[in-house]
Design a protein around this ligand. Structure first.
Ligand code: BGP
Length: 475
């Protein structure tokens, strides 16, 4: 079997609010995700059910200090370089550039930080892949405008993006507009800075916010290509196909409906219009978003250049309401698949599902794909020598890379690259804690904020290095 394309982009992916820390340094403002607590209230906050408008400075949130990448990025990028990364996916913290979100002028210290970081990447031949908004919305825009439910967000985002496209021209080529845009439907405070009042029609608000993000994405795709025709702009989907629980056609139909609610986002991003099934459903429910005359033309004229997605697990769906009640507590819920094993957090491990998802996306759009998150969250425990022997992580990644290779080589999927999630341990988006780790690099930090923050290589470090050096041949 032939292998991956010669220029395949191997690397890893992080997000600003999960690793930078330095939450109040050099003019940074507060963002939505800074306020999400750990523990039992987190889910209610991320889903917008519980308002969290105060920031308790005295309280310890792991994300406040993260892994202090803000001050240690040179060491971290050197380690990525040592593994042979060709690409590093990261995100810019909106509130480092515009601390409130609606200022006239950007914050120079924030811009300098990223400029230095990108230059550091290039020293090692690493191409940055930048997410403009990774679960990130300035808190001032949440409090004053209600986040993405407000149309004015489009112009704040446009201004922020323009500053990035102009300032980092020559340093960055690949951009993603919104991380896991479909998470708006599942965690609207995390995805769009939206929370609800008791009387709100939540579904209507979610689709209105989604419409605003989709239009903003098309608008900045246009802008990016005007500033530099070489810029490549991608969308980003929380991926993973949904299987029917049984071959009862009702279950098959239910799985299709659940998949469609995710693929709606890529349908608009890539095809440039609202698909018929969405128009019908949103009209039937009386929740079709309010639009401006220019919106549909923008969507149509400025589709994305490529499609990126995260893949951790597949899901199952049932039409039976009694069975459907049994979904697990994850933000993106699923029924348990009896054929699969799951991670310690109940995420079902399914490498063939990865090949299936790659095929679904490529069959549907025939556009280049980019896998920008994949990995195993685990409770890594260093042994007596202080070493993490994470063979379970190697097994997970090996099986997924093998499935991805089959999609490329046997099925003909056009794939640009692959970045594992959290190549260095960082704060979990789902739990807000450190102990759910994904890294090849261990960070000495616990959920209470103890630890030296020292970095050390896990067993998987040398393994991934070898995978990259052999372009995915030596697994
Ligand atoms: C994705 C997010 C990431 C990330 C990852 C793993 O949904 O884009 O930000 O954290 O999932 O999730 P978790 O951190 O909950 O394990």
């Amino acid at each position: 079997m032939m292998g991956f394309p010669e220029k395949f982009l191997w690397g890893g992916a992080t997000a600003a609010n999960q690793c930078e820390g330095a939450w109040n340094v050099d003019g940074r403002g507060l963002a939505n995700v800074d306020l999400a607590p750990t523990g039992k209230d987190r889910r209610a906050v991320l889903t917008g059910e519980q308002k969290m408008l105060d920031f308790d400075e005295a309280h310890y949130y792991p994300a406040k200090e993260g892994i202090d990448m803000y001050h240690r990025y040179k060491e971290d990028i050197r380690l990525f370089g040592e593994m042979g990364f060709k690409v590093y996916r990261m995100s810019i913290a909106w509130t480092r550039i515009f601390p409130r979100g609606d200022e006239e002028e950007p914050n120079e210290q924030g811009l300098e930080f990223y400029e230095n970081l990108f230059s550091e990447c290039h020293k090692y031949g690493i191409e940055p892949l930048v997410t403009i908004s990774h679960f990130d919305c300035p808190m001032h825009l949440v409090n004053t405008y209600g986040g993405w439910k407000n149309r004015q967000m489009i112009s704040f985002f446009e201004k922020y993006s323009r500053v990035l496209f102009e300032r980092f021209n020559g340093l960055v080529k690949y951009w993603l507009t919104f991380n896991e845009i479909n998470m708006i439907l599942h965690a609207p405070f995390m995805g769009a800075g939206v929370y609800f009042e008791p009387e709100d029609d939540q579904e209507k608000i979610k689709y209105q916010a989604a419409h605003h993000e989709l239009v903003a994405s098309a608008l900045v795709t246009k802008l990016a290509h005007e500033i530099n025709p070489e810029y490549q702009i991608g969308c980003m989907l929380a991926g993973g196909d949904t299987y029917p629980m049984t071959c009862d056609p009702k279950d098959v139909w239910q799985a299709k409906i659940e998949d469609r609610s995710n693929y709606f986002f890529t349908d608009v991003h890539v095809r440039g219009y609202y698909p018929a099934y969405a128009v019908k459903e949103l009209e039937r429910k009386g929740i079709f978003p309010e639009t401006q005359p220019e919106d549909m033309e923008l969507l149509n004229k400025y589709p994305v250049d490529f499609i990126s997605f995260s893949y951790y697990a597949s899901r199952c769906a049932s039409a039976d309401p009694e069975i459907s009640k049994l979904t697990d507590g994850n933000v993106l819920a699923s029924l348990k698949n009896p054929y699969l094993k799951a991670s310690e957090w109940g995420w079902q491990i399914d490498p063939l599902g990865f090949r299936i998802t790659l095929n679904t996306l490529y069959d549907r759009y025939q556009k280049p794909l980019f896998v920008v998150e994949n990995g195993l969250g685990a409770l890594d425990v260093p042994d007596e020598k202080g070493c993490v022997m994470d063979d379970y992580r190697i097994d997970y990644l090996r099986a997924h890379i093998q499935a991805m290779k089959e999609a490329v080589v046997l099925d003909g999927v056009d794939l640009l690259g692959y970045t594992t999630w959290g190549p260095i341990d960082l704060v979990s988006a789902g739990t807000g804690e450190m102990s759910k780790r994904y890294g090849f690099i261990y960070v000495d930090r616990d959920d209470q904020g103890n630890g030296t923050l020292n970095r050390s290589k896990k067993k998987s470090f040398d393994w991934y290095k070898k995978v990259i050096a052999s372009n995915g041949e030596d697994l």
